[in-house]
Design a protein around this ligand. Structure first.
Ligand SMILES: Cc1ncc(COP(=O)(O)O)c(C=O)c1O
Length: 393
């Protein structure tokens, strides 16, 4: 059976060119980047060149990039590291109620350690209101952390207005850019960013590699103590082949891919919204991630749609991949005002630069009959509005 992979928000295929770039660092060039001999220096050079690629892609300096094991670690490092380094200044953190679990759970844990966290509400498309951010800032606020491109509904926050408010009040500004990095322009100077989380496996690079941009001069407490790697901020032998693959993936990501994905995304939305009783979750247009489609199909369960699609070889997701095994409605969909039953009917389809129009056409052919069938089978099923048992839907 042919696979049509529409779950690129969860992870992506590793580009062949990335694998090719990584291989020498697993066999020939296997040195430890901390070793002083030539094998070590070969690895060190690759590490530093990769750091430079990633720094340049966001307008940062090479010594402002710290390599980590991925988005979860970078987010934990940013939140906990800043909290503990700035305890004397204040104990208040602001975030949003549509964060990825790794930010939400790091914040919840910090609450058990004496920190106060404000979770800002978002509007019905998932945007943070800058006025609400400014109102939430107190003399004890040390950090505002926000998800830039939402992993479930694709909302892209307005970094300019949020960044300006943080700078005005001397509050550090961190973004989780795991979904948006290379899918929209990000410049750390222009947006007044102090920290930014990135990872590799969402952009056709290997899993288990990520980075944190940390603006020069910012005090942070390391999570991992050891041999003092990564400017003494993240100990542990560097994953050289992974980092080389990450940098190669960044080099391969181009603005033409953004245009191509945007066109396909809009084609999918336009056609899927023709199915009766559907709701688009998240905004339309430029303020949406170029690869994200999230639609609630009323009167059916997203889980069942996903299972039927899977039987046809089509990979999709309900909620975020990391929480899609949970039966709780998505906290993001609830935060934008969806009712639990609307949230349960949601399906996320995320494309990549490798997704073809032909694959999308197959989805558009396969999905409507699945929805019709499930609506007929479901106790929530849409009743014929003319029949006597039309019910409360
Ligand atoms: C927005 C966001 N943040 C953080 C993460 C976690 O990243 P990683 O899988 O690299 O730990 C993900 C991945 O699912 C994500 O989508």
């Amino acid at each position: 059976m042919r696979t049509i992979y529409l779950d690129n928000g969860a992870t992506t295929i590793v580009d062949e060119a990335v694998i090719k770039a990584m291989l020498p660092y697993m066999n020939d060039k296997y040195g430890n980047a901390s070793s002083t001999h030539h094998k070590g220096q070969e690895a060190k050079m690759a590490l530093e060149e990769s750091r430079d690629v990633i720094a340049k892609s966001i307008g940062a300096r090479y010594d402002e990039i710290i390599f980590t094991s991925g988005g979860t670690e970078s987010n934990n490092f940013a939140i906990k590291g800043i909290a503990f380094a700035n305890k004397a200044k204040g104990n208040h953190i602001i975030t949003t109620d549509i964060e990825h679990d790794c930010i939400q759970n790091a914040c919840k844990w910090l609450e058990t350690q004496g920190f106060k966290v404000t979770y800002l509400n978002v509007d019905k498309e998932g945007f943070v209101n800058p006025v609400e951010l400014e109102k939430a800032i107190t003399s004890k606020t040390i950090l505002f952390s926000a998800i830039h491109g939402n992993n479930e509904i694709g909302t892209l926050q307005d970094l300019d207005s949020l960044g300006k408010i943080c700078r005005k009040h001397n509050v550090l500004f961190h973004i989780d850019a795991c979904q948006s990095y290379t899918k929209t322009d990000i410049n750390v100077k222009k947006h007044n960013l102090d920290m930014m989380t990135m990872n590799s496996h969402k952009i056709h690079g290997p899993k288990g590699v990520g980075a944190l941009y940390l603006r020069k001069g910012i005090k942070i407490t390391p999570l991992l103590h050891g041999g003092g790697h990564e400017h003494n901020l993240r100990s542990g032998t560097e994953n050289v082949s992974g980092v080389v693959g990450f940098a190669k993936a960044v080099k391969l990501a181009g603005s033409s891919h953004i245009k191509q994905m945007t066109k396909l995304r809009d084609y999918m939305i336009e056609n899927l919204m023709k199915i009766q009783d559907t709701m688009l979750n998240g905004p339309e247009g430029d303020k949406r991630l170029c690869n994200n489609v999230n639609i609630s199909f009323l009167y059916v369960e997203g889980e069942s749609i996903g299972a039927y699609l899977d039987a046809k070889g089509i990979c999709s997701s309900t909620g975020s991949a990391c929480s899609s095994r949970s039966l709780e409605p998505s906290h993001v969909l609830i935060a934008i005002g969806r009712k639990p039953e609307e949230a349960h009917g949601s399906l996320r389809l995320t494309i990549s630069r490798f997704t073809t129009k032909e694959e999308v056409e197959i989805l558009l052919k396969e999905l409507p009959p699945i929805i019709t069938k499930l609506r007929k089978m479901s106790p929530l099923g849409r009743k014929d509005p003319c029949s006597s048992d039309a019910g409360g839907w």
